[in-house]
Design a binder for this molecule. Structure first.
Ligand SMILES: [Zn+2]
Length: 292
């Protein structure tokens, strides 16, 4: 996808969550309430509890280069705490394209070790060619399974989700603010894109959604990689559709080719609604088929 094809609305919708001395993300005010006017920003910090000197802002996913000025404006607009850290939820360019820009204003970059590995490689991806990222765009800190940190009165827990949307996915959980950032393991009310070329799979997506569901309760604010802030019900619905898709493709796969499976429209009752996003039924069924 050409970055210039992102509309302004889409650009804003995909803004980043930041935790900091006042936090930005997608859709909530500083006390963690979801705002009605915008779904661009989540403030996960607990400002009233902050000491005089907050630890610094923490952002999750930096989106694409054309979004940088707007994102910086949002981040700077929260307060004067320094921008401390950017967390990449996975290697895809629409989540890591501003790594160097964040780095350039003093932020460290934290990601799963496979995000760093993927960023050092060349990739052919959806008709685009990606060269290895320059050194200043690479994560400065990586982890393998989990990572916990304290910042600004919050506890952040990061954890690996194996072989799901890619092989580099993580979740980010803000424990006190009760916000769960799922990265692209969760596409709200849409067939997800699964990047089989870099280790994604339908069963990994299902296992990932199950893992995320266990971490959420009815009050948890859930951030998907793309789309508005939602709650646990939306994540549960998404998990259910993934399981149905897997089960309806798995059975005929033993005797039928991909063309027959797609032609049979096994997800016909969902296609109009769930296929109108980034993926329609055919590419989704194809990647489900190919990764089973
Ligand atoms: Zn992605």
């Amino acid at each position: 996808m050409n970055p210039n094809l992102f509309t302004r609305r889409e650009l804003l919708r995909n803004s980043i969550p930041v935790l900091g001395g006042g936090s930005v993300g997608r859709a909530a005010d500083r006390d963690g309430q979801v705002g009605s006017e915008s779904h661009d920003v989540v403030r996960t910090g607990r400002q009233r509890r902050y000491p005089v000197r907050p630890d610094g802002k923490i952002a999750v996913d930096g989106f694409v280069k054309p979004a940088w000025e707007r994102l910086k404006q949002i981040i700077d607009g929260t307060n004067h705490a320094p921008l401390k850290l950017l967390i990449d939820t996975h290697w895809h360019w629409d989540h890591t394209d501003n790594n160097a820009a964040f780095h350039g204003v003093g932020a460290g970059i934290l990601a799963h070790e496979k995000t760093k590995k993927r960023l050092t490689e060349s990739h052919a991806f959806m008709g685009m060619r990606f060269s290895p990222a320059p050194a200043d765009a690479l994560p400065t800190q990586t982890f393998k399974d989990t990572n916990r940190m304290q910042a600004n009165g919050e506890t952040l827990e990061l954890g690996y989700i194996p072989a799901a949307h890619t092989d580099s996915d993580i979740y980010v959980r803000y424990q006190e603010a009760d916000v769960l950032h799922c990265g692209d393991v969760f596409f709200n009310h849409a067939y997800p894109f699964i990047d089989a070329q870099t280790g994604g799979s339908i069963n990994g997506m299902i296992a990932g959604a199950e893992k995320l569901l266990k971490m959420a309760d009815n009050n948890t604010k859930i951030v998907s990689g793309h789309g508005p802030l939602v709650d646990k019900t939306a994540l549960a619905n998404y998990h259910e559709v993934l399981v149905i898709a897997r089960d309806r493709v798995q059975k005929p796969k033993s005797s039928e080719g991909i063309e027959e499976v797609v032609t049979a429209r096994p997800l016909s009752e969902f296609d109009a609604d769930w296929g109108k996003g980034f993926m329609n039924a055919e590419p989704f069924l194809t990647v489900v088929y190919n990764t089973l």
